[in-house]
Design a protein around this ligand. Sequence first.
Ligand code: ATP
Length: 270
Amino acid sequence: VRARVMQVDESPDVSYEDIGGIDDQMEEVRETVEMPIESPEMFDEVGIDPPSGVLLHGPPGTGKTMLAKAVANQTDATFIKMAGSELVHKFIGEGAKLVRDLFELARQEVPAVVFIDEIDAIAAKRTESKTSGDAEVQRTMMQLLAEMDGFEDRGQISIIAATNRFDMLDRAILRPGRFDRLIEVPKPDFEGREIIFDIHTRDMNVADGVDYTELAEMADNASGADIKAICTEAGMYAIRDDRTEVRHEDFEQAWRKIQETEEADADVSK
Ligand code: ATP
């Protein structure tokens, strides 16, 4: 079971240069995670506990997972990922045990970055969760809090959680000593989008006429993940057309297609 829920990556290949438009957030994550892993003695000497958990919140596809991977990479930490939804929905009755296993594994692999995606699945306000697995979800969360409250060489294990639904969270997890660093990761602004286009076209064979400023204006509500999708799709248009160079209009066409797909998805989920 453990192997299927926990995803362990000894050396994730994401670096800070791969992330665009969220420099302040990146700086804050680095400050919180790097210092305790790289210089634990500083905290001993000053006589304070290192920061505990970091909570990243914001819309889907904005780079939350990337941030956690990049900081693990930078600090040579093992990256251990677990999705909150899998914890409670796939392995009913196993949630609390899996949380114990997760921390056990992290202790064996220090330094480690533990990334808990979709934390809202185990830490929603009671009134918000309608499932019959309520008590089980509650037990899973209590176990998580107990692990966070209890462990010693805290700096060597960094806990980063992520959610797209900040408003749904049970405030108990935000208390001091738990996820007390809240970092909002928004969709990129115009400049951010330009940078992200730049990042994702780095390895692409792009024609001379491609104007990133115009693309960033065009994709005005896009997340980082959307921009990545636009670039891939633009490449597909070139291939279908039997070209090896990607043109400006390929990107435009790709964006239209992605918007249509997203609208269709939104209709289905209504
Ligand atoms: P979710 O909430 O859906 O899990 P997330 O915020 O964790 O999303 P990521 O998984 O980090 O998003 O991003 C998905 C992909 O989108 C990345 O692998 C990357 O290709 C691209 N991407 C997202 N944000 C950025 C960014 N700020 N800079 C560059 N690429 C990005």
